[in-house]
Write a protein that binds this ligand. Structure first.
Ligand code: NAX
Ligand code: K
Length: 487
């Protein structure tokens, strides 16, 4: 699994890599510039447009110079706007400046006329992960002007002004696309930075995952290639008893939909037997509509896992959750109203069975831990919650973050904005409960569950777009196993 390194580690990584490979830092920069240009060439709607590249004094600016040369060579109309004098610039920046052909138009930012046609591409190579203080003075002015013009803005590695690991202070480039080298910087995953990062892409510059992972770090990116190894193998002789008997608890009167969504999702994720705990007078209708689910008003015995909370109601007594913790003293999934109940009665947190999985969305999370000014604080609090109570915290949203009791954080790469719809979270509860019931270790169940949920949403979004509803995610769960080649 790929580590998300801190901004301060990236220089060390570069140095170690070029030493190990016996290449120069200039060659690595060329690799990065080529990867950027390859990405650009793959975007059919971005070709044949004039390109304006703003280059700063560091290696991000050096990337910009190399990109300018490469794009010019393949026939793009390129204007390079240099913000620093050559003497003031990093060595590789200077070397790339010397490599620029005479036919390429280079202007100083001081004399640039800002005549950028609508529809042109503006490439931001002003500053990268070397940012060490908020933007000010001349550079701040340039960034403000870039943000005002109407062009397609693409940030090289990271939008100028964003720190790699924390929340922006002041101004930063508001990019339409960010093309980040090799791995994301943590701050690119913050919702606070959505307006700066635009669409995030990673390009490979040849530094292998094993190489990156030699550096210290406890934050990881959860990617498609990581998932098959996390799955349990199922042999041909299994029967439904081996696939887990689970119960979804919640669904108070008028809110049974939530528990039905979770229950169907559990079945689609592979559970052998799924019970839905719903009021007696709702049973008949539900049985007819969803015959594969079993219904019970009582708590069933010998369960392999439970998921508690979707549509449970907000007038519950803390004893109801306390009793569940005592009766099923094994890891369970706690969502929605179960989380709201714990927020109201924090003493319940001490009673949660170890390795249980909490799946709050941002608002539920803040009800639980108090309001957070930004995502960086939220992530710290999520980790604190996980390590203090020895539980797994799944903080839902774009790049859902899974914090584990041993202090790791995993950021998911599947999912999309169309999944922000009623019932989407209930589906996740059902999927994770299903994997837990099938015998997956709790951390595995959370990682695999979150990934499949997002992937099902991505599959559904292809045909449903803004019209996507939670049932579409459920219908797409089977396709996720096919896409990941899980038998
Ligand atoms: N493995 C990688 O990730 C690679 C990184 N490369 C590039 O190298 C970049 C990092 O290069 P550098 O370390 O030179 O960093 P930058 O290019 O971000 O620039 C650092 C320079 O800017 C100055 N500076 C810091 N904050 C400032 C501010 N607010 N206003 C004005 N100046 C400021 C610093 O004093 C330093 O001189 C990456 O972002 C990436 O674009 C690539 O060239 C090659 C591979
Ligand atoms: K940049």
């Amino acid at each position: 699994m790929r580590k998300i390194l801190a901004g301060s580690q990236i220089k060390t990584l570069d140095q170690r890599f070029i030493q190990a490979k016996g290449i120069s830092s200039l060659e690595l920069m060329e690799e990065a510039a080529c990867a950027f240009v390859d990405w650009l060439m793959e975007q059919s709607d971005l070709r044949n447009r004039p390109v304006f590249i703003f280059a700063g004094k560091g290696n991000n600016g050096g990337d910009g110079m190399a990109i300018a040369r490469l794009l010019h060579t393949i026939g793009f109309s390129v204007t390079l706007i240099a913000t620093a004098s050559k003497e003031d610039s990093s060595i590789d920046n200077q070397l790339n400046s010397e490599r620029l052909p005479d036919s390429l138009q280079v202007v100083s930012s001081d004399s640039f006329d800002w005549k950028i046609p609508v529809g042109a591409i503006v490439i931001d190579a002003l500053l990268g992960v070397g940012l060490s203080y908020p933007l000010e003075g001349r550079l701040l002015e340039i960034v403000r002007r870039i943000n005002e013009i109407s062009a397609i803005k693409i940030a090289v590695d990271i939008p100028t002004g964003l720190p790699a690991d924390t929340v922006v202070a002041g101004e930063a480039v508001r990019a339409d696309f960010t093309v980040s080298f090799q791995f994301p910087k943590l701050s690119l995953l913050f919702p606070d930075h959505a307006a700066y990062v635009g669409r995030l892409n990673f390009v490979d510059i040849g530094i292998s995952v094993d190489f990156q992972n030699q550096l210290e770090g406890s934050k990881f990116l959860l990617e498609q290639g990581d998932i098959p190894a996390l799955h349990l193998k199922k042999n041909d002789f299994i029967h439904k008893g081996d696939m887990g008997k689970v119960m979804l608890i919640g669904g108070s009167k008028g809110k049974v939909g939530a528990i039905l969504l979770a229950s169907q999702a559990a079945l689609r994720a592979g559970s052998g037997l799924v019970y839905a705990n719903i009021p007696a007078d709702e049973r008949l209708t539900c049985q007819v509509a969803f015959p594969e689910i079993m219904y019970s008003t009582e708590l069933v015995e010998d369960l392999d896992a439970i998921g508690v909370g979707p549509g449970w109601g907000t007038t519950l007594h803390p004893e109801e959750l306390s009793q569940l913790f005592q009766k099923y003293a094994f890891p369970m999934v706690l969502d929605a109203d179960a989380i709201n109940l714990m927020a109201k009665y924090p003493k319940l947190l001490h009673e949660i069975p170890a390795n249980s999985i909490l799946t709050p969305h941002l608002k539920e999370f803040e009800r639980l831990v108090g309001s957070c000014d930004n995502h960086s604080i939220r992530l710290k609090k999520a980790l604190e919650l996980a390590t203090t109570y020895q539980i797994i915290v799944v903080l839902k949203g774009a790049y859902t973050c899974i914090s584990t009791p041993d202090g790791n954080q995993y950021f998911n790469t599947t999912g999309n904005k169309y999944m922000a719809t009623a019932g989407s979270g209930d589906v996740l509860t059902g999927i994770i409960t299903s994997f837990l019931g099938q015998g997956y270790a709790p951390v595995q169940a959370a990682l695999v569950g979150v990934f499949h949920h997002g992937l099902a949403g991505d599959i559904a979004a292809k045909s449903k777009n803004r019209g996507l509803i939670a049932s579409d995610i459920i219908r797409s769960i089977p396709q996720t196993f096919i896409e990941l080649d899980i038998d």
